[in-house]
Design a binder for this molecule. Sequence first.
Ligand SMILES: Cc1cc2nc3c(=O)[nH]c(=O)nc-3n(C[C@H](O)[C@H](O)[C@H](O)COP(=O)(O)O)c2cc1C
Length: 246
Amino acid sequence: MKRKKRPAVGRDFMRKTQFKFLEPTDQSRQLPPAPPFIEPRGSCLDLPDPQTAEMRSIDVTEAIAGRTSKRDYLIETDLSSADLSYLLWATQGIREVDGHDVFKTVPSAGARHPLETFLLIKRVTDIALGLYRYIGPTHQIETLREDPDLASALAQTTLQPDLIDQCAVAFVWTAVAHRMTWRYGDRGYRYIHLDAGHVGQNLYTAGQAIGCGVCTTAAFQDDDLNRLLGLDGNEHFAVYIGTVGK
Ligand SMILES: Cc1cc2nc3c(=O)[nH]c(=O)nc-3n(C[C@H](O)[C@H](O)[C@H](O)COP(=O)(O)O)c2cc1C
């Protein structure tokens, strides 16, 4: 039997984003970069110091060897706000800002850091069920919507609603494309997804340090999820989800 041809879009994307085919980028044309952060417009909640999370004693080798995807969460058990703070620090915490270059706890191609973190918070002590966004520079979360129907609405945008139904928190990582494409043009779309992989891995590893299970997923209906988050789906779009629970 003849092997099926590889999907044309994927093959074209890989070919056309080789350096030799790239058009001049906005950076090479001396156009201004996208701001590295989105200013909060709503009210913001302070998070506790990440170091106040209750840690298990686990070394790096043990954490790497023991990592697995956990999909069954204790639906009566909350995360503490210190747990949430620690996971946000581990996945998008800021180490240093130097002009337009930002350095975080995860690597990013060219220190462009295109990712934002939206949070569906369901069971975190002292934080109401709702949709929030992480504000890295002040280590706060911005309240976007407090709506009891939000959790099931977000679950329905995914192909595995159980994961969202059971988790205590869902991290939804989104990308502001121009932060990356300003320097790398269309090749930047490759890097956005590579960056997201590092963030997901840090969520898995950090989860182990505080006794939380994690499962990531990219199985969602893009248009539905983007609409729910209020994103245009072109300049700013959802990339990856990480569910967390005890
Ligand atoms: C990009 C990506 C997408 C994934 N999507 C899903 C998913 O939709 N549903 C799910 O249950 N697990 C998902 N996972 C978890 C994988 O199924 C899991 O990593 C794999 O089965 C290996 O198991 P392990 O993580 O326990 O080693 C995903 C993982 C990655 C990295």
